[in-house]
Design a binder for this molecule. Structure first.
Ligand code: TYM
Length: 337
């Protein structure tokens, strides 16, 4: 069997980028025969960027309901909260001890933070925690703990998965004694959808505050957000250039080939941006409207979600526990008693 694994950080409300880049492809992959899937709520990762416990709790609930409403079947898939697995931080430490510091210096998130500090004339490490610095090691532990072969993600995560491969290779080399302890994971990205743009055309991201919510706020919030997508100032009747519009990219993420062609042709023929936005709302709504009803139902029953997550953690630990015992032995630690 092949193992597919992915996680989402619990710091905000799930948005269309999460859905298109990770949730939808992951659920599709999980339905293929011969695949074992591991999907989780990355709440240890959330602590790196967020010190508001209520927000983490709320985000965790929204995210769990989102996965389930989008079609994840907890009977077929290992679905859990990262922080319910004590094996993850323990493996993180084993990996930390074999990870080159220089490699972490090159991680995008850390580099972006030091670059910003430098530009502002501050000490390069001002305000940067060890959590942010070693973020990719925690993520490597998530992936390697289950020996995942494939990791469906958006483009912004590819570097982290390459780092996980490097760390796995180094660990295998040091402790594998000729056989591979870790599978080398592969990022799986859909070239076309790997970076969904947000309202302003930059990558849709919680940190840019340019997201379109997936379910929260109902159809109204979807409509309001889409109304705020930035377009050029061409008037109704004037021909538009579909290839330079991020509104079209968002449309493509939900459209069939025929719908894409028709939308482009109509824009070239002068379709008003306002009407284009209405069509976009209808298109997305036709996909996610039915899911939103399931979402609302799930959100009204947090105790069911809690049961599902606890059961998921129990199942996942049956795999993680024995594997970690093997890894402890490989590095020279004694078995836990
Ligand atoms: P996070 O929470 O930032 O994003 C979750 C997933 O959504 C994808 N994504 C996008 N895809 C396309 N277009 C966008 N605009 C967009 N915005 C977000 C991300 O690429 C990601 O796949 N560190 C990870 C969570 C994580 C993880 C893991 C992922 C923790 N452990 C192990 C995979 C495997 C993160 O913060 O993703």
């Amino acid at each position: 069997t092949e193992r597919v694994l992915t996680g989402i950080t619990t710091t905000g409300t799930p948005h269309l980028g999460n859905y298109v880049g990770a949730i939808r492809p992951a659920i599709e992959a999980s339905r293929a025969p011969g695949v074992e899937s591991f999907f989780f709520l990355a709440d240890y990762h959330a602590l790196i960027k967020c010190d508001d416990p209520d927000r983490i709790e709320r985000s965790r609930l929204e995210l769990a309901a989102t996965w389930l409403a989008a079609g994840l079947d907890p009977q077929r898939v290992y679905f859990f909260r990262q922080s319910d697995l004590p094996e993850t931080p323990e493996l993180t430490w084993l990996l930390t001890c074999v990870t080159a510091k220089g490699q972490m210096n090159r991680a995008h998130a850390y580099k972006a933070a030091t670059d910003a500090n430098e530009a502002a004339g501050e000490d390069i490490d001002a305000g940067i925690t060890m959590g942010l610095y070693s973020y990719p090691i925690l993520m490597a532990a998530d992936i390697l703990l289950f020996n995942a072969h494939r990791v469906p993600v958006g483009r912004d995560q590819v570097q982290h998965i390459e780092m996980a491969r490097d760390i796995a290779q180094r660990f295998n080399h040091l402790f594998g004694k000729g056989h591979e302890l870790f599978v080398l994971p592969q990022a799986e990205i859909d070239e076309e959808l790997a970076t969904l743009p947000g309202l302003d055309g930059r990558k849709m991201s919680k940190s840019y505050d340019n997201t379109i919510p997936l379910f929260e706020g109902g159809a109204r919030a979807l409509k309001d957000a889409i109304a705020r997508i930035v377009t050029d100032s061409r008037l109704p009747g004037e021909p538009k250039d579909p290839d330079s519009s991020h509104l079209v990219t968002i449309h493509d993420a939900f459209a069939t080939m025929e719908q894409r062609a028709a939308f482009r042709a109509d824009l070239r023929a002068g379709l008003a941006w306002g009407e284009a936005k209405e069509r976009l709302v209808r298109l997305i709504e036709s996909h996610i409207g039915p899911m939103r009803e399931r979402y609302a139902d799930l959100m009204a029953h947090p105790e069911r979600i809690e049961d599902t997550l606890q059961e998921g953690a129990r199942k996942a630990r049956k795999i993680a526990g024995p594997f970690l015992a093997q890894l402890r032995q490989a590095v020279g630690l004694r078995p836990m008693t």
